[in-house]
Ligand binder design. Structure first.
Ligand SMILES: C[S@@+](CC[C@H](N)C(=O)[O-])C[C@H]1O[C@@H](n2cnc3c(N)ncnc32)[C@H](O)[C@@H]1O
Length: 295
């Protein structure tokens, strides 16, 4: 020991240094699938995954190793990777996410694509239940002619959408081409507003579905996932109000569960929609149903 009580440089310090594992050893010892471990290690260290692979046999940075060990433990307890890293990629952009919002799903990109293909030039588009803002922001970024309103009943979700919008679509937000508003489904847009397209990925999991108690879903906000015993409550409410808020010829595009396509087609047909069509996701499952308000 030195006079001040600090350990003298010597054998002890050298041993401590030698104990720092290599980057690759951290990955292997984590007990996680390698890809997951590397994503978390990249997040903890601020290094790119490619760098970690190329330098795998070098001693890890001690602070990154400690941060990674904590993240790996949370992952082993089931926390979704996106909540641990605070980011999820959607339609080619990185969105900030937290347990206050649904983790964006790749299936929802189909909804964005279908809207981009149908929204007429200079369309006014409404995204009901915007969550982290993925759909609304992707639409505003992909097509500079669109005016987009994103709404949500959850203030924390709307705050997250605002952060993502400022980062990814700051100009659109500043110019008013993109807006965010709080409120229950049809109460959020102003009563006089009419839209050329209304898009929504609402909660559609039946409240008794055992999947809600499994995997990532355990950590996601229940109000973003579940809607009533058959999962159709939100979809019914959105379809019921859409006719009055769509321009003649306007589109309603809805994501739903893989086994809800027929039910959503019936809802749209009963509400007077035409050109009703269900689209399959990349797994071949019915995922998006759309219809058009007659001219
Ligand atoms: C399945 S998440 C979709 C989030 C985002 N659009 C996406 O695709 O990742 C459904 C969203 O609807 C919102 N929501 C639930 N009930 C609502 C209501 N009554 N009115 C408005 N938004 C609601 C939730 O807060 C949640 O953000």
């Amino acid at each position: 020991m030195t006079a001040g009580g600090a350990p003298a440089m010597g054998a002890a310090a050298v041993t401590a240094q030698a104990a720092v594992p290599t980057w690759e050893r951290l990955v292997l010892a984590s007990g996680l699938p390698r890809l997951e471990a590397r994503v978390l290690l990249a997040h903890a260290s601020g290094r790119r995954r490619e760098w970690l692979l190329a330098h795998g046999d070098e001693p890890a940075d001690a602070r990154a190793a400690a941060a990674f060990t904590g993240l790996a433990q949370r992952r082993r307890h089931g926390e979704p990777i996106a909540y641990l890293t605070g980011v999820r990629e959607f339609f080619g952009r990185d969105f900030e996410v937290s347990p206050a919002v649904l983790i964006p799903r790749p299936e929802t990109e189909l909804l964005v694509q279908a809207t981009l293909e149908r929204a007429p030039r200079d369309a006014h588009v409404l995204d009901l239940g915007t969550g982290s803002g993925t759909i609304a922001i992707s639409l505003a970024c992909e097509r500079s002619d669109l005016r987009v309103l994103g709404t949500d009943a959850a203030p924390q979700a709307l705050a997250m959408a605002g952060r993502n919008a400022r980062r990814l679509a700051g100009d659109a937000l500043e110019s008013g081409r993109m807006r965010l508003r709080a409120g229950h489904w049809w109460q959020a847009p102003e009563t006089h507003e009419r839209f050329d397209a209304v898009v929504s990925n609402p909660p559609y999991v039946p409240t008794g579905d055992p999947h809600l108690a499994q995997g990532d879903l355990r950590f996601e906000p229940p109000q973003a996932l579940a809607a009533d015993a058959d999962g159709l409550a939100a979809l019914r409410e959105i379809v019921a109000g859409a006719g009055a808020r769509l321009q003649p010829g306007g589109w309603l595009l809805l994501e739903h569960g893989h086994d809800q396509g027929a039910a959503v087609c019936t809802l749209l047909a009963d509400a007077g929609f035409a050109a009703i069509l269900t689209l399959a996701d990349a797994a071949g499952l019915p995922r998006v149903t759309l219809g058009r308000r007659p001219e």
